[in-house]
Design a protein around this ligand. Sequence first.
Ligand code: NAI
Ligand code: MG
Length: 339
Amino acid sequence: MSQRYKLCVIPGDGVGAEVTPAAVQVLQAVLPEVAVTWADAGWATFEQTGSALPGGTLELAKSTGAVLFGAVASPSRPVTGYRSPIVALRRELDVFANLRPSKGRAVPGADPNLDLLVVRENTEGLYAGRERLDGDVAVTERVISRGGTERVARMAFELAAASDRMVTIVHKANVIRVGDGLWRDACLTVAAEFPEVEMEEGLVDSVAHNMVRQPGRYQLLLTPNLYGDILSDVASALGGGLGMTPSVSLGSRCAIAEPVHGAAPDIVGQGIANPIGAILSAAMLVQHVWGLPHVAQSIELAVETALVSGKRTPDLVSGDVEPVGTAEIVEAVLSALRD
Ligand code: NAI
Ligand code: MG
């Protein structure tokens, strides 16, 4: 078997273990030579082994360079020794750019004009972990570096140039003058390297407003960490919901693809989890890591065909349409790929 396409699959907890096998099935149908290795992480792994991200899993993820991740169930209460494995994995693999596309596909509630890519800085901002408590005053530091901003901005402009999208640099530099000021400045420096890419600036609150009022208004949002976290969930809602939305986080050596949803404990074990976010995440690996856009596109087209045929998991069903399960969606996608 060719070792060119190596993939570490970490199903994790809850429906992660239902949607990742579905995605792998579709992936192997279009790329039979992909070499898949399965690895453990998550809450169940923590309970069994005392570590949510065992050393062997981390090593495997680093050596394959491409990870498909399901979801983990993190407890809301602090648990001694437990750290979210996906947050740790993103940091260890230094995947600095999070890409989340949302599209108005053939599902209820999705806006047909929506075709938006959110490119979010993934390692700095308010999620840098610099917090302290001074009596009754909590201080959370927000880290914006020129280097950290320029690398994600460069990736966003390269993607925009390749896909003919307009870039909107999102910030709030009118109020957060130093931090967002540096973000804006570094993004504009990179923008000057790409005179062929159309570009504008947008204040984050006004961008949120416009996204909801006019879902086709934006094509690529380039954002600091927290703004991107929030705006990409808005985009996901405009695109039919959490089960539909894929993502990939890219660094200079590694990539992690994952559906944006969590472990969905309310539906686990019923065979009804929507696998489309996971399937489209695998397609993003195929495109951005393995450089096979035509193969990625065949997966996306097959998903479209399956949706147009009317087969939908319960999260996408309204009225008295009879929903189907995860396996039927996978079968519909595989059948569309065969046609
Ligand atoms: P969630 O995304 O797991 O679920 C929110 C709602 O969306 C639920 O009603 C669920 O049934 C539905 N849903 C999610 N994925 C679906 C799918 N594929 N098909 C159909 N419906 C789907 O978020 P929630 O409930 O806030 O968190 C549950 C657990 O997941 C928590 O332990 C949380 O920490 C974890 N989580 C993990 C994430 C990750 O691993 N990246 C992200 C978000 C939450
Ligand atoms: Mg989020």
